[in-house]
Design a protein around this ligand. Structure first.
Ligand code: SAH
Ligand code: SF4
Length: 415
């Protein structure tokens, strides 16, 4: 007999996998879209409530399958409408997701991993080490929960989303999804691809490919094969205009340097059926990569690379000595790129009453590596050395703890 542990989780099945599931049961493939609609459009997670499926078939389904979502353990709502949820996944870790409403769109920032192995020098998630890849159900489950928590399935929200002036098919609060939460999406490739498929599937969430964005630090072999799996939009975390500096900030650059990364991204963009450009993300860190010369070098580097540039002023967190540049440095940097002909946006911080910025999310990761402990030890040693035992390193605000996620700020996503 099938035990609970081995039961198939229908929440994690894309349309083709759901069709295969029903074929295996000896049923017609159209049952797959029926089931997807129940779960992802009507929010029904009780198989017995799927009333246009016969009782015998529902029994057959229940014998081998179930619908499991990750758990929401905490919710934070900002006065400006932004929300953050703590999501507990089956590995025991917690990750975070954030919803940011703006005029004309509502963006959900989703996590793909509990922790991240890549350890970019400016990122709080990386400092936590790594625990687990999120399952398809845990990734798409974040979107399911956001819909449920924000407006409820079936409740037509007041706000209508439109694209190119036409009413969108989807009028739910979440119009855009960015894979900019915890983790490197392309290191959890298969699960992220299936989850993206569900986000864009008409029988499920039906989001436009222009409104679903993968953000990557540059896993080149994965970008090279991306076009065979998805046509979602792409954001690239560049953060430096040359390899020497990028090696320091984004260690994966030592393996896949800038030239290879840009070549790979161009390959993906060229393969899309419509004209879209990637967003280049550049976290501005005072005295590290925010000099005018860096801006000029960046303008030069990208001169033959169609893109938009999103500047993200660094958000400080415990365990980091980096600082956010002054508003003058930020606007000078922007101005140089603007004059060089680029479309440049600067993310603005908001909703610091609930605190949550993409890339700053920490959740609670049961670290499988020794990294989080090493960072804590190093901070401790630094504090002792400076005679400031009990406080965080200079410029970082406070000591790293599981509640640090309450002390950061929501950023407006780039796309
Ligand atoms: N792993 C993926 C997606 C998650 S990080 C990636 O690296 O692209 C998403 C974004 O958060 C990154 O582009 C990075 O610029 C940003 N980020 C990380 N730490 C940050 C910080 N401390 N301040 C501002 N932005 C940060
Ligand atoms: Fe990982 Fe992205 Fe953070 Fe780098 S910035 S450590 S790739 S989550």
């Amino acid at each position: 007999m099938t035990t609970r542990e081995t039961k198939i989780n229908l929440m994690g099945l894309s349309l083709p996998k759901m069709q295969a599931f029903f074929l295996e049961l000896g049923e017609k493939p159209f049952r797959a879209s029926q089931t997807l609609k129940w779960m992802h459009q009507r929010g029904v997670i009780d198989i017995d409530a799927m009333t246009d499926i016969s009782k015998p078939l529902r029994e057959k389904m229940k014998a081998v399958a179930e619908i499991r979502l990750p758990k929401i353990t905490q919710e934070f709502r900002s006065v400006d409408g932004s929300c953050k949820w703590i999501v507990q996944v089956e590995s025991g870790s917690s990750v975070e997701m954030v919803f940011i409403p703006e005029a004309g769109r509502g963006t959900l920032c989703i996590s793909s991993q509990a922790g991240c192995i890549l350890d970019c020098s400016f990122c709080a998630t990386g400092k936590q080490g790594f625990n687990s890849n999120l399952t398809v159900a845990e990734i798409i489950g974040q979107l399911w929960w956001a819909n449920e928590k924000l407006a409820g399935f079936g409740v037509k929200p007041a706000q209508e989303w439109s694209e190119d002036g036409k009413p969108a098919q989807n009028s739910r609060p979440v119009s855009n999804v960015v894979m900019m939460g915890m983790g490197e999406p392309l290191l959890n490739f298969d699960n992220v691809m299936d989850a993206l498929t569900l986000m864009m599937e008409d029988q499920a969430y039906g989001l436009s490919k222009r409104r679903v964005t993968i953000s990557t630090s540059g896993v080149v072999p994965a970008i090279d094969r991306l076009k065979d799996y998805t046509d979602a939009s792409l954001a690239v975390s560049l953060h430096a205009p040359n390899d020497l500096l990028r090696n320091e900030l984004v260690p994966i650059n030592k393996k896949y340097p800038i030239k290879e990364l840009l070549r790979s991204v161009s390959g993906y963009m060229d393969g899309l059926s419509d004209r879209r450009v990637p967003v280049i993300e550049y976290t501005l860190i005072a005295g590290v990569n925010d000099h005018r010369q860096h801006a000029r070098e960046l303008a030069q580097l990208l001169k033959d690379f169609p893109c938009k540039i999103n500047l993200i002023p660094f958000n400080p967190f415990a365990l980091s000595d980096y600082r956010r540049p002054s508003s003058t440095s930020i606007s000078n940097f922007r101005q140089i790129l603007h004059e060089a002909g680029y479309t440049v946006t600067v993310r603005t911080t908001r909703a610091d009453d609930i605190g949550a910025a993409c890339g700053q999310l920490v959740g609670e990761v049961g670290d499988n590596t020794r990294r989080s402990q090493r960072y804590r030890d190093a901070a401790e040693a630094q504090n002792e050395g400076s005679g400031k035992s009990g406080t965080a390193p200079e410029g970082t605000g406070k000591r790293f703890s599981k509640t640090d996620n309450l002390a950061v700020a929501v950023d407006r996503p780039a796309v």
